[in-house]
Write a protein of this length. Structure first.
Length: 402
């Protein structure tokens, strides 16, 4: 079979990413730290400030000249595999999550989500105002701090074997609601989108794809079981998961929410146990590590060169806002102080939604010039810091008793 150079280059990049991710993950596991930290650091090593400098390097080996491909772990080609990784991770988490367990923590979930939206929004807006930004720019800073990036937290909770505890389920449910509330707040406050339209599409998604979806999916899975072909159930499950991711995105919700809902519904069918191990094998062996490598590779260390007092304040405000806001919400809902702190720490990370909010604001001309550059740089640094510190902080809250 003849492969094009592009495919071979991508294959080499993926192979290198998987090997280094596994080596670094093993190293951090031996240090009794979450393996996800190793995978993120593998991405940093593969970026332009690490092994990425070998991109395009040519060397001779026993008379054979070998040219390494152009390695880019932030390219669209690599991002395709990485994005599938986070979708598959959320699908797997959905498969392993009990709806009855979600109902048990329903009250804390909503309290945590609201606390995690309101306090960071207020604190971020106040910080912006104190540094001389306009009210619109200040609110944008607050909005940037609202949405939690669940990928790092979920993987860390899984590494610590606490994902299916009350704390883990609360964080998971709150992060999903958090995303939806963040999108609605973005539409309402800045008037970027028609809030009525977003409300309708979100309602349609949850009514049709959540409540009616279970009956339809159950019938589809029963039908798939009757198809006498190898792994037909797995194929159908993956198709459902991809459809849900697509329609969730089109309804104004993130694709990872759709992936989680698909996993949640398929997990309630009698066939779920037959496909669970296969899905985990596909996800954890290939796609999921690539996502975290991509997270590390996207770390722009030059952003730290322009960091100022404002950026430091926003980072601190962002961390405190989530810990205190979500922690108070959990405590008011009846959780212990220790569990409330664990929930608050688990809600710290920011990533894709924060960058999307700022990027849209820039493209719509809501912020321009030096202000746009400053807020964007601050957003990037915030995502880097919160992503890297969360696994360490989260493990500490589970390790030490107080």
């Amino acid at each position: 079979m003849i492969f094009t150079v592009t495919i071979v280059d991508i294959a080499f990049s993926l192979a290198l990413a998987l090997i280094i991710a596994r080596v670094m993950g093993y190293f951090f596991d031996k240090l009794k730290q979450p393996t996800v930290i190793g995978e993120i650091i593998a991405g940093i090593l593969l970026g332009g400030f690490g092994l990425g400098v070998l991109s395009g390097f040519t060397f001779s080996f026993f008379g054979l000249t070998i040219s390494l491909p152009q390695l880019s772990y932030t390219s669209d080609e690599f991002r395709f595999f990485a994005d599938l990784g986070i979708l598959l991770l959320m699908f797997i988490i959905g498969l392993e999550t009990s709806i009855s367990k979600l109902k048990e923590v329903g009250k804390p979930t909503f309290f945590v989500a609201f606390g995690g939206v309101i306090l960071p929004l207020i604190l971020g807006s106040i910080a912006g105002t104190l540094f001389g930004f306009s009210w619109q720019e200040s609110i944008l800073i607050g909005l940037m701090l609202v949405a939690t990036s669940i990928g790092v937290t979920v993987r860390t909770l899984a590494d610590l074997h606490v994902l299916n505890t009350n704390v883990g389920i609360t964080v998971l449910g709150a992060a999903v609601i958090d995303d939806v509330l963040g999108i609605i707040a973005f539409a309402l406050i800045l008037g970027i989108y028609n809030p009525l339209q977003i409300g309708i599409t979100i309602t349609i998604f949850f009514l049709i794809f959540l409540y009616l979806g279970l009956k339809i999916i159950d019938k589809v899975m029963n039908l798939g079981e009757k198809i006498n072909l190898p792994k037909s159930l797995l194929s159908i499950s993956l198709a459902i998961f991809l459809f849900y991711s697509f329609f969730a995105d089109r309804c104004g919700i993130t694709g990872i929410t759709g992936a989680f809902v698909a996993g949640l519904l398929i997990g309630q069918t009698i066939q779920s146990k037959k496909i669970s191990d296969d899905v985990k094998a596909i996800g954890y062996s290939f796609f999921v590590p690539l996502f975290f490598v991509g997270v590390g590779a996207s770390v722009d260390l030059t952003a730290f060169l322009v960091i100022g007092v404002f950026s430091v304040v926003v980072i601190i405000v962002g961390i405190i806002g989530k810990i205190v806001g979500c922690g108070i919400g959990a405590k008011l809902a009846g959780m212990s102080l220790r569990h409330s702190l664990q929930v608050g720490v688990g809600m710290i990370p920011r990533m894709e939604v924060a960058l999307i909010i700022v990027s849209i604001a820039i493209s719509r001309g809501l912020i321009t010039g030096d202000v746009a550059h400053q807020i964007l740089a601050t957003t990037i640094v915030t995502t880097i810091v919160t992503t890297l510190i969360t696994p360490f902080l989260l493990k500490a809250t589970f390790k030490y008793r107080f």
